[in-house]
Design a protein around this ligand. Structure first.
Ligand SMILES: Cc1cc2nc3c(=O)[nH]c(=O)nc-3n(C[C@H](O)[C@H](O)[C@H](O)COP(=O)(O)OP(=O)(O)OC[C@H]3O[C@@H](n4cnc5c(N)ncnc54)[C@H](O)[C@@H]3O)c2cc1C
Length: 501
């Protein structure tokens, strides 16, 4: 099968969905645009909130391992990309990070204008008092007792039913990801959305893809299963980090652009638990409403409130056998936080492809990251005890289940040490892969310019988290959208100059 378009967008997540929306004025004038998404198109009724079933929304069932096995990546695979299961934490890229990135042509003023507009569009709000559940309240209480600043997390939700299972897909459509906001508008304007369409190769103005059968219970696309060649004047890669780098590497672009797959960050994270003396409600309200940035500058991490489901919780704990079943029997007493490290780029951390063309992420946790994760465990243990927990579970402690009588700073510091960090066994995960196609102005040290145009290939753009030259330091989706909006503008102005759209 052969198809012809003016613009084709690969990937429908935070980046792809936003470019699609930015092109609406041109689509309405006749521009032919398609979005190719390798994952299925899930209807709301698909989101059953049953943990094991909903792992189908994720690549590799939510645990895509890096080559060393030290960390697993969670990434979405479906119309909406990772915004299907993200939590909706809506942080702007801080001005200090824009300065650190130092990308010629990328300014805070430009981003701020876009953040203002996008936040209105996707309904970013400050959580109301009714959304603050027991876990959130205890977090605030613990931080206040320790004298740490505690702040409310902005969220992009509308008419939230507060069922709390946001990371398993939102059955009421309250989470305002691209499935709810950008994509429906783009489809209404005439864009073609093709689910189950896996792009396998990209060359000058040509895409090779395979359309797969739609899984049971998902919406059918308009293209039949089979191979397809698509010709397009402009190709926008928004397959996420590491997907976009993988596609470019598979297609042979590394000869001209040696930095493809380099400069990656993962925001290594650990989920930590404390056992409260009586049942607490964390499965209603909103799972994330407070965070503290008290240790950002000094030790490179945030602590955020969190809520996870039974199976994934057992994976997070780093305890086994009797200890695990004893702790899990108190599941409805668990206080939970997420620690999020702001890692730096390292030359050895990169995306490659193996001989079969499969994407590999090479990532080793540096000594600095491990030290930061251990520091965060000591502070989180203090937080849990101040909030009233009787026990805490810290994977990097000499004995991971720590009782209240060991809750003083000195004992915790003696117990929780980097020597107890055992790669692979210590559970570290990432939901924020970034980089691989860094913005910059030199083809030797970057892949695209500040507007996502791939150096030397005027028909090719990148519009996703791959563009980050370094860590965003904050949860990244809003930055992905703002950068993708810039890409949409650039494509729009290029086409406006060239044609009568
Ligand atoms: C569980 C979870 C919770 C999160 N919570 C938050 C949060 O609260 N706040 C926040 O800021 N961020 C959060 N994130 C991260 C955020 O969702 C991502 O940073 C953001 O969605 C990245 O956007 P993207 O466009 O780069 O990639 P994605 O949104 O991942 O989209 C990429 C899309 O490309 C598709 N694709 C890949 N390869 C191909 C191919 N070859 N052909 C066709 N299609 C392809 C994928 O299937 C996917 O749909 C979370 C992520 C997860 C997994």
């Amino acid at each position: 099968m052969n198809k012809q378009y003016d613009v084709v967008i690969v990937g429908s997540g935070a980046g792809g969905g936003t470019v699609a929306q930015a092109l609406i004025p041109l689509i309405e004038k006749g521009l032919r645009v398609a979005i190719l998404e390798q994952g299925p198109h899930f209807p709301h009724s698909y989101f059953t909130q049953r943990e094991i079933e909903m792992m189908r929304l994720f690549r590799f069932n939510g645990a895509w391992p890096v080559k060393s096995g030290e960390i697993t990546i969670a990434a979405g695979q479906g119309v909406g990309g990772s915004t299907l299961m993200y939590t909706g934490v809506s942080f702007r890229l801080p001005a200090s990070v824009v300065e650190e990135w130092n990308v010629p042509g990328l300014t805070m003023d430009d981003l701020t204008r876009r953040f203002d507009r996008i936040e209105r569009d996707i309904h970013v709000i400050t959580p109301s008092e009714t959304m603050i559940n027991d876990n959130n309240r205890l977090f605030k209480h613990g931080c206040e007792r320790l004298g740490w600043p505690v702040k409310k997390i902005p969220l992009n939700i509308k008419n939230c039913e507060q069922v709390g299972f946001c990371n398993l897909g939102c059955h009421s459509g309250s989470k305002q990801g691209t499935l709810e906001v950008q994509l429906p508008k783009a489809i209404q304007s005439g864009i073609h959305l093709i689910p189950n369409c896996e792009v396998v190769h990209v060359s000058e103005k040509t895409i090779h893809a395979v359309v797969h059968h739609p899984p049971d219970g998902t919406l059918k696309g308009s293209w039949p299963p089979g191979k397809v060649t698509i010709h397009s004047d402009i190709i926008v890669l928004a397959a996420g980090s590491p997907g976009t780098s993988g596609l470019l590497l598979k297609s042979g672009f590394q000869k001209q652009l040696p930095c493809i797959g380099r400069n990656i960050c993962l925001h290594p994270a650990m989920t930590l638990y404390g056992v409260y003396p009586k049942p607490i409600v964390n499965y209603r309200g909103f799972p994330k409403t407070f965070y503290t940035d008290h240790f950002t500058r000094s030790h490179g991490y945030y602590i955020e409130t969190a809520f996870y489901y039974p199976f994934v919780s057992t994976r997070h704990m780093g305890v086994w056998g009797k200890d695990l079943s004893e702790i899990m029997s108190k599941y409805n007493q668990l206080m939970t936080v997420l620690i999020l490290n702001h890692d730096t780029t390292q030359p050895e951390n990169r995306i490659t492809i193996d001989r079969k063309g499969a994407v590999q992420v090479h990532y080793r946790l540096s000594d600095t990251v491990i030290a930061s994760l251990c520091h965060a465990q000591i502070r989180s243990a203090r937080l849990f005890f101040e909030a009233g927990c009787e026990r805490v579970i810290m994977p990097c402690a000499s004995s991971p289940v720590i009782d209240r009588h060991n809750s003083d700073e000195k004992t915790l510091t003696q117990m929780i040490q980097t020597q107890h960090f055992i790669p692979i066994k210590t559970p570290v995960s990432s939901a924020h892969p970034q980089g691989g196609c860094a913005m910059g102005n030199q083809p030797e040290s970057s892949v695209t310019d500040a507007w996502g145009q791939v150096h030397g290939f005027p028909w090719l753009f990148v519009a996703d988290a791959s563009l980050f030259p370094k860590s965003a330091h904050v949860n990244p989706y809003l930055t992905v959208m703002a950068l993708a909006d810039r890409v949409g503008d650039r494509i729009g102005s290029t086409l406006d100059q060239k044609s009568s759209f």
